[in-house]
Design a protein around this ligand. Structure first.
Ligand code: R1P
Ligand code: URA
Length: 238
């Protein structure tokens, strides 16, 4: 397939940087472009899945929404990796914590995603339930977090197809039997696409709510807390 793709209208690969930051919410991509970037070019409007490239402290970086869930990030990350020559995608998302040890606003660096999703099996025959993030990207992320004095917790998360489970206690099994710290909905498919495309992917998450304690952040608090994760990821501008 050539560019533009069915879901990204950009006709010039050079308008997208080699590293793309990818929040689920396209309005979080807009917030990052509006708040942190200068000389911004918007490279995608299709389905309002906004994508922007601009300068952060004089260095170039792209940011684009992924939508919610594995089918959605599966489409966008595949097109970026395979048709736009993107080398690295760093998801910056929110998550619900499974453990009381993780507090609201804590930042998680995902070492591996566990999932019951069929995404990787259907996409390329991979039939395990765990996929690792890029070790190289993770080491760089950890280094940037340390330089910025932002504490991170590292570990396995659950990439779930379900936001509203009818069983409010099932998370305990994901935590105790499978070792998952928190739930989100995209990393497993992103990591699968990186693996099959020979590219790199990572994921930084901010705890927006606790499934264990039922605490939730307000929208204002979420925005302030999310900026720490954004600032770590923006260090990848080059
Ligand atoms: O904040 P984002 O990146 O969208 O991530 C989380 O939030 C959404 C659910 O509210 C899902 O996409 C989940 O993965
Ligand atoms: O996927 C998600 C994201 C935030 N909170 C949750 O409970 N699940």
């Amino acid at each position: 397939m050539s560019i533009p793709t069915p879901h990204i209208e950009c006709k010039d690969k050079n308008l997208i940087s080699k590293t793309v930051l990818m929040p689920g919410d396209p309005l979080r991509a807009k917030f990052i472009a509006d708040t942190y970037l200068t000389d911004v070019v918007k490279f995608n409007n299709v389905r309002n899945m906004f994508g922007y490239t601009g300068n952060y402290k004089g260095k170039r970086i792209s940011v684009m929404g992924s939508g919610m869930g594995m089918p959605s990030i599966g489409i966008y990350s595949y097109e970026l990796f395979n048709f736009y020559d993107v080398e690295n995608i760093i998801r910056i998302g929110s998550c619900g914590s499974y453990t009381e040890d993780l507090k609201l606003y804590d930042v998680i660096l995902v070492d591996e995603a566990w999932s019951k999703s069929s995404y990787a099996k259907v996409q390329n025959g991979y039939d395990k339930d765990v996929i690792e993030a890029s070790k190289e990207l993770n080491e760089e992320i950890a280094k940037h977090a340390e330089e910025l004095n932002i504490p991170i917790v590292r570990g396995r998360i659950h990439s779930s197809d379900v936001f509203y489970s009818s069983d409010l206690e099932v998370y305990k099994s994901y935590r105790d039997d499978y070792g998952c710290l928190a739930a989100e909905m995209e990393s497993f498919a992103l990591f699968a696409n990186a693996k099959v495309s020979g590219k790199n992917a990572a994921c930084i998450l901010t705890v927006s709510d606790s499934i264990a304690t039922k605490e939730e952040t307000s929208s204002e608090e979420r925005q302030n807390a999310f900026t720490r994760m954004m600032e770590i990821a923006l260090q990848f501008a080059e």
